[in-house]
Design a protein around this ligand. Structure first.
Ligand code: SAM
Ligand code: SF4
Ligand code: SF4
Length: 336
């Protein structure tokens, strides 16, 4: 089969599937409580793709070249019976890597079942170790200790693990060094993520971004780091190693050094809408296609056409204006 490529020659290789739009946290930069409060209407259950529908779509994507699947949300561990879905996806031939992005609040009790079901890796989101700061960022009653315990449990059961830390000026820059020290000692890769203008409710402004350059400068005052070559084309994080160790850090510089030219990712939201970009304004409804009885060949041909037409490269073209004007969908809906 010839590789399916978009208008900029980027192959379709990765699929991110959001399994739920709900979350038990209200991170101030993602689901601020003023917007996602008591009256917020989430997707009704019958609007979510069923596990069988997700499996059908994922199988077609794998036949079109997808090798990696990442489950996300909202908080994916809130989706009932998630290990059953993981087990279905882990059996699809051609899928070499099955991963999950989670806030880890439920990881301690679920890690074993997830591993058993066939999950390979987890990316845990954690923006602060300090207990009070953690609670104020996540606007939840969970504790940073609970997340750290989840990470330990995931490691214990043999899941691959990386930790993602979103950085925002005035929010958590003082946590950069404590987090780096903690995860260096644990031998776990910590990845710093520049704050992005996803959605339209987080009040993003360029002045709040802590850039890759600034992150490296702060780390350089405490640690000796050496650059590491990318392991594969399309790797989003620029990587560095603590000299004299095997432990790495990564920096995801989607704002200061965008990587659209190697973006090989398609996204499916929990209601079955397909998006070509994290910053898309419009998607294509695959739930309707699945539920109206379209054949595998018809769905495959629809995905092929969409990918061949793809010309998204939002971050490369971002300006302060586009960041503020665009009617972008929310991160908790499309999945990070
Ligand atoms: N709830 C899960 C979690 O937090 O890991 C999965 C979904 S969450 C939307 C996925 C990732 O997106 C998290 O690491 C989160 O920190 C990140 N994220 C959310 N809003 C962001 C923003 N505006 N800029 C950068 N990263 C963001
Ligand atoms: Fe929930 Fe993840 Fe968004 Fe935080 S970043 S509110 S944990 S979806
Ligand atoms: Fe990919 Fe869109 Fe992000 Fe560019 S802005 S890297 S095209 S998701």
């Amino acid at each position: 089969m010839a590789t399916l490529k978009d208008r900029f020659g980027r192959p379709l290789q990765d699929l991110r599937i959001s399994v739920i739009d709900r979350c038990n946290f209200r991170c101030t930069y993602c689901m601020p409580r003023e917007v996602f409060g008591k009256d917020h209407v989430f997707m009704p259950k019958d609007e979510l793709l069923s596990f069988e529908e997700i499996e059908r779509l994922a199988t077609i994507f794998s036949e079109l070249g997808v090798k990696k699947i990442r489950l996300t949300g909202g908080e994916p561990l809130l989706r009932r019976d998630l290990p059953i879905l993981i087990n279905k996806l882990s059996r699809i031939s051609g899928i070499e890597d099955l991963a999950l992005t989670t806030n880890a609040s439920l990881l301690t009790k679920m890690a074993d079942d997830l591993k058993e079901a066939g999950l390979n890796r987890v990316n845990v989101s954690l923006d602060a170790l300090d207990p009070a700061l953690f609670q104020s960022i996540t606007d939840s009653s969970a504790t940073s200790r609970q997340i750290l315990n989840g990470i330990d449990e995931a490691k214990k059961v043999g899941l691959g693990i990386k930790v993602n830390m979103v950085l925002k000026k005035g929010m958590n820059e003082e946590e950069i060094i404590p987090m780096a020290k903690y995860f260096k000692d644990k031998g776990i890769t910590l990845r710093f993520i520049e704050f992005m203008d996803v959605g339209k409710s987080n009040g993003w402004d360029y002045s709040q971004v802590i850039s890759k350059h600034e992150i490296l400068e702060m780390l350089g005052n405490h640690f000796k780091l050496e650059a590491v070559e990318p392991e594969y084309i399309g790797e989003v994080a620029k990587k560095y190693r603590y000299v004299g160790t095997n432990t790495k850090i990564g920096i995801i510089s989607s704002v200061s050094e965008p990587f659209c030219s190697s973006c090989t990712r398609a996204r499916i939201a929990a209601d079955g809408m397909m998006y070509n970009c994290l910053f898309a304004e419009k998607g294509i409804d695959f739930k309707a296609k699945l539920r109206s009885g379209q054949t595998k060949a018809e769905i495959k041909s629809a995905i092929t056409n969409i990918w061949q037409q793809r010309n998204d490269r939002y971050s490369t073209e971002r300006t302060q204006q586009t960041a503020k004007q665009k009617n972008k969908i929310e991160m908790s809906y499309i999945g990070g």
